[in-house]
Design a protein around this ligand. Sequence first.
Ligand SMILES: NC(=O)c1ccc[n+]([C@@H]2O[C@H](COP(=O)([O-])OP(=O)(O)OC[C@H]3O[C@@H](n4cnc5c(N)ncnc54)[C@H](OP(=O)(O)O)[C@@H]3O)[C@@H](O)[C@H]2O)c1
Length: 270
Amino acid sequence: MTINVAILGCSGRMGRNLIQAAVDHQHITLIGGSVRASSSFVDFDLGELAGIGAIGQKTSTKINDLLAADVLIDFTSIGSTLENIKWCQQHNKALVIGTTGFNEEQVQVIEQAGKDIPIILAPNTSIGVNLLFKLIEITAKAIGDYTDIEIFEAHHRFKKDAPSGTAMKMGQIIADTLGRNLKECAVYGREGLSDERKPDTIGFATIRAGDIVGEHTAFFADLGERLEITHKASSRMTFALGAMRAATWLAEQKSGYYTMQDVLGLTSLN
Ligand SMILES: NC(=O)c1ccc[n+]([C@@H]2O[C@H](COP(=O)([O-])OP(=O)(O)OC[C@H]3O[C@@H](n4cnc5c(N)ncnc54)[C@H](OP(=O)(O)O)[C@@H]3O)[C@@H](O)[C@H]2O)c1
């Protein structure tokens, strides 16, 4: 089966990777992509935008030009995504959301949209990161109660928030699994003299340097041994490929609110 896909925000850093991943995908036909009306890439060939040579598809400034899509993929900004959800509900289109930073109320809006359309909220579309989430849950269940748990993350010099959303999600999964309150047990950075490490804490450490795309490690350490579970992203293409996998999976689903854990069949793996 081949599905028609459109990319919202196609001139962005992720948008350009998404174009390339869609063009290269065996079961996806890229039918278009949107840019803002004020963009310098209006009426621009999508392939040229992605640096892969002309493909004969131009950027659109109106989402209505993308009616031929079965699934839309949105890596834009919060306000823009919330508008795009309404359009997808009106036109019965499936939507993969890669945009990050929604607050609880906005996540509820997205969950509600699942009553009308198939919709995925995927703040991290990397396959490896989503598997990492499941692996740390299993590990926490097995040895989390008696090991020291620390989370390390590294990103490029331009990243502004710390710890990363992915590191925080790792902490949340471990805390939930162990019945701890992350707000109470998280320790962010250490300096100078302090008491010995408290057993029930979850430590976070961050570095920012150069062009590191993203690295995350969970340490489960006891006396005499430690387990480290690490994911390293080497290019944004990993997120684009995960988004394509999400789109092809979503095209076959009924209306509903889904996550990458559903896409990868990890929800039932315990
Ligand atoms: N899910 C994941 O795995 C993952 C991975 C990486 C990034 N992200 C998230 O994806 C989003 C985009 O990241 P990025 O690095 O690609 O950012 P970016 O380079 O700033 O790209 C965002 C794109 O969206 C467009 N856009 C923003 N607001 C818009 C609006 N109101 N109407 C139309 N177009 C609009 C921008 O257009 P202009 O260029 O004209 O402003 C730009 O083309 C962010 O939320 C980021 O955190 C998610």
